[in-house]
Ligand binder design. Structure first.
Ligand code: FES
Length: 156
């Protein structure tokens, strides 16, 4: 079951679709802009985009789930991502994730009840020399140890 979109939300999505000429070929660009506006792409938003661009809902869903940068779940004000690529994994990324789960009291893929933080894992972010790597928003924390996690979170 999905909740209904508000009129203002519908208008924003329709305007984004219109700005790309309601072209099916612009689906990825439309999804990017819409995620920028809403933070995530829930089912009801995908349905409206499918209608506006005249493509199937399955196609929109397929694109959203294929690309890691699209998300169907809301994210926290500060989005925490821990790299789980080989170098980071070998150097203890899992322990960083465990510490974050404990401090934030959430699981991977969840958001704290106050909406401040969300926690996700990523594949290699290309900073293997700094393994293990954690990102909060765009800020990169390298060579971190579990004992540093609490202090980092408190600085937000
Ligand atoms: S494996 Fe983590 S940055 Fe490459």
């Amino acid at each position: 079951m999905t909740t209904a979109l508000q009129d203002c939300q519908i208008k924003i999505i329709q305007d984004i679709c219109k700005s790309f000429g309601n072209q099916a070929g612009e689906l990825i660009n439309v999804l990017h802009k819409t995620q920028e506006a809403f933070g995530y792409l829930p089912a009801n938003v995908q349905q409206l985009i499918a209608r506006e661009l005249n493509v199937s809902e399955a196609k929109v869903y397929g694109v959203v789930t294929f690309y890691a940068f699209f998300t169907m779940k809301p994210k926290g004000k500060h989005k925490i991502s821990v790299c789980m690529g080989t170098a980071c994994y070998v150097r203890g990324a899992e322990k960083i994730v465990d510490e974050l789960k404990k401090e934030l009291n959430i699981k991977v893929g969840e958001i704290t009840s106050d909406g401040k933080f969300s926690l996700d894992c990523l594949r290699c972010v290309g900073a293997c020399g700094l393994a293990p790597v954690m990102l909060i928003g765009d800020k990169v924390y390298g060579r971190i140890e579990p004992k540093e996690v609490k202090g980092i979170l408190e600085s937000y």
